[in-house]
Write a protein that binds this ligand. Structure first.
Ligand SMILES: [Zn+2]
Length: 390
């Protein structure tokens, strides 16, 4: 989706990168520290003092964002979830996790780790401010550290708002997961709540602009819009995931399935099962009726039509080793996860082949269940998506 950014190195075994857009927050923060906060709180210092403290303050804030993400990453790893990378960008940080937490407890701990870290960093900064003041250190640093403390506290609270993709939404999702027994359904609730929370943030931003008669609220509006889009994408994804999880392979498969022997020509297949059935793939069998592979329609379409009469399907079929095989009772979202490059799955029971599932069956199932608004999530999993100030 977005670029991976500029590599900053590895911290605690996690690749850390920053997008160029990180410079936007760094710049905005430096500017607001050096030309607003510091001169107002501690007047009559040289500009170089304000700007140097402002730059270091902005860098410390970025480091605290990184601390928040690292907390997610470390706890994720401790709970058996892989961590691909951490990226800083315009709206904060993103910890890219691979795979889903094994249970609602793990989901809860991974989500809560970030705000807990922000809170800890905030308290440490306040403590630092107090220490500098107590030891008679520079006043600008007393102010800067105190402000970083407050910012981190705000970050912790903001991220705890109960709507995905914010951490508070993940926490809500984990609780719903525990209560409802289904991760997709829990996360769907969290994503719906996320749309409400994001809409309120947008409204809050507009109200801020209206009442302060300044453009300060524009940033809030942008964050709200960003969160709303994230929440909507997740809602679609998890609704489909929950829907498909409620269906089994046998409920959507094409059955019975027509098969063809190895020595059939491609044109016979086109004139046969591909014209007369719903099948977008045909299992290919040998003389003993053993399945040897799968002839996929999209592969046939890629062949020049003049070669069809002279090409045996055994030469263009997908070998059996690369074809997914599922049980009739397998939940459909499981089936989605095992579909290989052929995009089809054979449904087998003890007695042999009973059905076939292709992209059409999955699309139809998702659409019917969602009353015409089907949206197949496919392979992507937005569990820890491009998640704003996560
Ligand atoms: Zn977070």
């Amino acid at each position: 989706m977005r670029s991976r950014g500029i590599a900053l190195g590895r911290i605690a075994g996690v690749d850390v990168a920053a997008e160029l857009s990180t410079l936007v927050i760094a710049g905005l923060l430096t500017w607001s520290f050096a030309s607003g906060l510091l001169p107002i709180a501690v007047p009559q210092r040289l500009p170089i003092v304000y700007w140097s403290v402002g730059i270091v303050g902005a860098l410390l804030f970025l480091a605290s964002l990184l601390g928040h993400e690292l907390a997610h990453a470390v706890i994720a790893r401790r709970n058996g979830v892989g961590v691909e990378s951490i990226t800083l960008w315009m709206f904060g940080g993103v910890a890219q996790l691979t795979g889903n937490p094994p249970g609602p407890g793990a989901e809860f701990r991974i989500a809560a780790a970030g705000p807990a870290a922000s809170l800890g960093i905030g308290l440490a900064a306040l403590g630092g401010s107090f220490a500098v003041g107590w030891s008679g250190g520079p006043e600008v640093w007393v102010v800067m550290l105190a402000y970083l403390g407050v910012l981190n506290g705000f970050l912790a609270v903001f991220n705890l708002l109960p709507g995905a993709p914010l951490d508070g939404g993940r926490i809500l999702g984990s609780v719903m997961w525990k209560l409802q027994g289904s991760r997709s359904r829990g996360m769907h609730v969290a994503a719906l709540a996320g749309q409400v929370v994001a809409a309120l943030i947008v409204l809050g931003g507009f109200a801020e602009m209206f009442f302060t008669e300044s453009y300060g609220g524009l940033w809030t509006v942008l964050i709200g819009v960003f969160l709303f889009n994230g929440a909507r994408a997740e809602a679609n994804y998890y609704r489909t995931d929950a829907t498909l999880g409620a269906l089994t392979a046998s409920q959507v498969m094409v059955s019975p399935v027509q098969v063809l022997p190895l020595w059939t020509s491609v044109s016979e297949a086109v004139a046969g099962p591909f014209s007369s059935t719903q099948q977008t793939a045909v299992p290919v069998v040998d003389a003993d009726q053993q399945i040897r592979g799968l002839l996929v329609l999209s592969r046939v379409k890629g062949l020049p039509a003049q070669t069809w009469p002279t090409t045996e399907i055994s030469r263009v079929m997908t070998p059996l080793a690369e074809v997914a095989m599922v049980w009739p009772s397998q939940p459909l979202n499981d089936v989605l996860n095992v579909l290989g490059p052929s995009a089809h799955a054979l449904v087998l029971s003890e007695g042999g082949l009973v059905g076939l599932i292709g992209p059409d069956q999955i699309r139809i199932a998702a659409t019917q269940r969602n009353q015409g608004t089907g949206n197949v999530g496919g392979s992507g999993h937005p569990a820890m998506p491009a998640g704003g100030p996560r």
